[in-house]
Design a protein around this ligand. Sequence first.
Ligand code: FE2
Length: 360
Amino acid sequence: MDEVPLRGTHHVELWVGNAKQAAYYYRKAFGFSQIAYSGLETGNRENTSYVLEQGKIKLVLTTPLSSNNRITNHLRKHGDGVRDIAFHVDDVESCFKTVVENGAEPLAGPHELVGEHGIVAKATIKTYGDVVHSFICDENYDGVFIPGFREDSETEYSFGFKFIDHIVGNVEKGQMNHWAGFYADVLGFTQLIHFTDKDISTKYSALMSKVMQNSNKYIKFPINEPADGLNKSQIQEFLDYYGGPGSQHIALLTDDIVHTCTQMRNAGVEFLEIPDAYYDVLKERVGDIEEDIEILRQLGILVDRAGEGYLLQLFTKPVQDRPTLFYEIIQRKGSDGFGQGNFQALFDSIEHEQGLRGNL
Ligand code: FE2
């Protein structure tokens, strides 16, 4: 029996230095629509938040309004980053009770947020680093987002993103098993894949990863830790600049990656560059695919065949000045993998960037 039934991801909240400008970036560069706002005008004296939506994805961008604020301390330590990966549940109380019994560290017990459009129940626990998981039930609420937010109706548009495919956590060396165990023991997740440093290593940089998923498979959390290489692991670079563990990348699923990436490139989003040689041997490596390889080459889209089909993916450069959080754009055509066949090309590219930053 599923002890902690999670319907899926309710939203992801990022704490950022300038939410107004970040919201503009995610609207113009990622195709999100701004649907809700909370700030001084809504009686929120602590912080300003913008809710952005695309498909089933909701991103909340929050910035503090004073220096005497817990969010300010988080920003000083981490820079911009993921604070809350919130789960959509039917029963906040029973989920919270179970996860705490299972060993979760509580941050906020079950409570109700009340507004003119109804009630939302919420509780929050801690996970790796300063990242938290909220449990949210909004079945008795018919307003926009949650109480405390007003509707912000911007003309709706979209680059084609449907939902969050997975969110990767980077933890310290030796901590991967602990946090994979946390998701298994506390939240009832199962292990989907285990990549060792044999699978994921380049000349310099190495990592290990375990992919954990919930029972309905809507939530997937790969957990990475740095492994020994000749030089600094890309995971260690993240940990150094983020000031500890945190969410490394959010993978957003689209069903038309060529369209989505064309829009993003036109909007100026920077992606990891893939050497031309990758495409010269692509057909040989993955066989027949529906897409035109020349177009994939122009857009820098990677392909990997695994399981029943193949997947297409590419990765942005970090979306803030610290080399920390970035995004993956992914389209699945019958493959439930994570692009293992692309690790070598990708990490060569990541290491090239790391070298330019003087961190290799
Ligand atoms: Fe990924």
